[in-house]
Write a protein that binds this ligand. Structure first.
Ligand SMILES: [Fe+2]
Length: 272
């Protein structure tokens, strides 16, 4: 009798593990959720919204449909600003036959935001041959690529800075963040960004993919270098400053996600 139950238990466990693996590979990666966050910042002079997305990793595990879902979800939110935090490609030289620049940049161009669309470099846009095309593709899609540059958006009371990728580019850690009341900085990797840009009231990053496994303790094992101690979410940094990390849209290396669905973040910034 006992042996019978042991066999049933083993079969149940195997089915659970197999089901989880199948879901992680083919189910979760095809989802896209909207994560809403409200951040109260003492330096903000008026409320505004930002659609933040990152790490699409287009190529063999992400295609035009992936980007289409992102563009449609952002379009439904009607954000004031759109920010892409890097890693548009997974491995450009390996995957370029799968990537149609006309199709992908047309989808990017459909995304609308009254105060503009901005992007920064990710390590996968610097490596894998992507550096040759990334800037041009973003421009064709209507995105301003901030490579150690800051733009002034006085209607929002905002300076928006973006730096080059930390791992494979040349980030300017001294980038002046202008004279608007609120200073926002976009940097692909959150770990070094949190340490280096202490004059920014709000830092936006991607890169971590949330570890691609959203289980406490386990997640930490799968965070890539440059993540620091950050995986996903809103992190208070003290003195009314915040770091917001998105776990992104796509996958890299292992084409699976578990308890960590692809996401777009809708940030509502309010005076606090
Ligand atoms: Fe990435």
């Amino acid at each position: 009798m006992f042996r019978h139950w042991k066999g049933l238990l083993a079969a149940g466990l195997a089915a659970l593990l197999g089901g989880s693996a199948l879901w992680a590979r083919f189910g979760e990666t095809g989802r896209l959720v909207l994560r809403r966050e409200e951040i109260a910042l003492p330096a903000a002079t008026r409320p505004f919204s930002i659609a933040l997305f990152s790490d699409t990793h287009l190529g063999r595990h992400g295609d035009a449909q992936t980007l289409r879902r992102v563009a449609d979800l952002i379009g439904e939110q009607q954000p004031d600003l759109v920010i892409f935090a890097g890693d548009f490609f997974d491995s450009y030289d390996r995957d370029q036959a799968l990537l149609d620049p006309d199709e992908l940049t047309a989808i990017l161009a459909e995304i609308e935001a009254p105060f503009g669309k901005y992007a920064v470099w990710g390590n996968h846009d610097r490596g894998g041959g992507a550096h040759r095309v990334y800037g041009e593709w973003m421009e064709r899609g209507g995105f301003v690529l901030l490579q150690n540059q800051a733009v002034q958006l006085p209607e929002l009371g905002l300076t928006l800075g973006g730096v080059d990728d930390v791992l494979l580019g040349r980030p300017d850690y001294q980038l002046p963040l202008g004279d608007q009341p609120l200073r926002l900085l976009v940097c692909h990797e959150p770990g070094p960004a949190e340490i280096r840009f202490d004059s920014a009231h709000l830092i936006l990053s991607g890169h971590t993919h949330g570890g691609q496994v959203g289980l406490p303790l386990v997640r930490r094992l799968f965070l890539p270098p440059g993540s620091g101690s950050y995986a996903k979410g809103s992190y208070p940094l003290g003195d009314g400053r915040f770091l917001q990390v998105t776990s992104g849209v796509g996958v890299t290396k292992v084409p699976a996600r578990l308890f960590d669905p692809p996401e777009v973040v809708l940030l509502q910034v309010v005076p606090g």
